[in-house]
Write a protein that binds this ligand. Sequence first.
Ligand code: UDP
Length: 401
Amino acid sequence: MNDIDDYREIIGDKLFFNLFKRTRRLTSKAILNINSTAQGGGVAEILESLIILMNELGIYAGWRILHGNPDFFTITKKFHNALQGGSINLTEIKKKLYLKANQEFSVFTHINHDAVVIHDPQPLPLIKYYKKKQPWIWRCHIDLSNPHPELWHYLENFILRYDRIIVSSDKYKSEKLPVPQKVIAPAINPLSPKNMELSQQDITKYRKKYKILDDKPIMTQISRFDYLKDPLGVIEVFKKVKSHIDCRLVLCGSMAVDDPEGIKVYQQITKAAQNMIDKKDIIILNVENDILVNVLQRISNVIIQKSIKEGFGLTVSEALWKETPVVASNVGGIPLQITDGKNGYLVDPLDYDGFAEKIIYLLENPSEAERIGKKGKETVKEKFLITRLLLDYVDLLNEMI
Ligand code: UDP
């Protein structure tokens, strides 16, 4: 567990002093965060660090997980996809099961906090089942620029009850909603096991354990096994790169409890890899291990993030922080982190040749890869570290309580 004092050296005195100064009014205030998974995906990743640091500053920050059965998570994954522009058959039974999980949770979970922060659509209806005594904030982490109209209309019934909405990009604000909306970009924890410095010894140990040899360059995508992360597309890009340069592909993924599509996607990519002539050069890792992610982001020559949709994409900042060049889709929150050609490359998600071309360029030009990697770290240091996010939350809570 990190100590808040450990961050002083990384962020400098000014920001560090500000954290304490601006939190003074919030000492002993109780803040409750609710989301739907403790593990897997970016939201759990952020909460794990953020809540500890809030407590370090004297805020009584808590975290509860909305319980859901497989039906509930199947429905909310459909909501998740449809909010990001997909389609859905919004039946009464789906609505009923969605509400049931929320209503039941409200019966055995009492809220007497000074503020409540609800993350993403799964626990969104909770607000309907409480006698609201404090500000409620809906923090939505997904791309809301083109939500399914019927679903959005339905969800507005809950969203309207909130006092504030937080999204990751200006593009996700909804002009029509009469609820104040604010943009707060997500961030990574530079001292967590996933992002901390590693010794060469640790790296070698992990390489051995997961059989990742160093005889060829490596391109890697690290993402939940999800269609919207397009792992099958990554294999297609790999084939193109491989026809120019002998290299390896690592696909590292995990299954989030609230994402029932993971198994299907994992089976599909395993099958696609099996059918390839170069199958020995595709390593598929279905492991939840922060140090492994850290190692992969450090040893890869290029990190690819070929998402079709991406609310923010913490994996991009994680790789940039390690000075590893990233070639990523120009969608959602990724262009907040990458300026094309400056600290990484942005490509249209359907442009397979474009992806391959940039990856080949980086593999063939190591000095350019190094230059771009260094720029990437500067960007994250300036904009996407957890301490900045902490300060944004502190400011928000000062305003709301
Ligand atoms: N992640 C992980 N292991 C994996 C795949 C992903 O630890 O095998 C982590 C990844 O490092 C990042 C988070 O899950 O911290 C994914 O966040 P992101 O914002 O990129 O995407 P999301 O899953 O929230 O859509």
